[in-house]
Design a protein. Sequence first.
Length: 201
Amino acid sequence: MKLQRVCTFLSLYVKGLFTSLHLFHNSYNLLLQCKPSCVTILIQMDKEGTKPMYKILIVEDDAAIAAAVENQLSRWGYETLCVSDFEHVLETFTSFDPGLVLLDISLPFYNGYYWCERIRSLSSVPIIFLSSAGDKMNIVMAMNIGADDFISKPFDLTVLCAKVQALIRRTYSFGASTHLLERHGAILNLADATLTVQEAK
């Protein structure tokens, strides 16, 4: 009796698998019939195509620290940009569209608190403060205006990268892949073989 149940279960499982593959095949063919002919993959991949590549904006006026942080993050596989125009940080932020911001407090023209508030008015992107002003008042103020973490200078670059990676993982479900294909408004999800056209599956 147990063997018969197992055989029945396996038969139903295999039948369901083939049904899913058939539905996926039909959905994919329908997607290819859409126009225009360009198919866009809705996930930015790194050079190896194995995981999303996240961009990090570094707002630090100490050139030596900025260069060291940029070099370390690049070695961890992140795309980075160091702000050079500290009067127009928000413009750099919107054009670069980073996945995380590293922000110093003491900056030319406007301090880090100002830019944190400006960024928060536009985006919920993770923000980590990097500052030698690591007293309780500054930490509390930074967190209250929208920062996600505060790292006091001097800091270890490996620890910084580990914190960046952890925050990105919590924010963007690091490592998860959506496998979405889009064509002329039709979106095919390769993970569950569903086709969405104009918000209707």
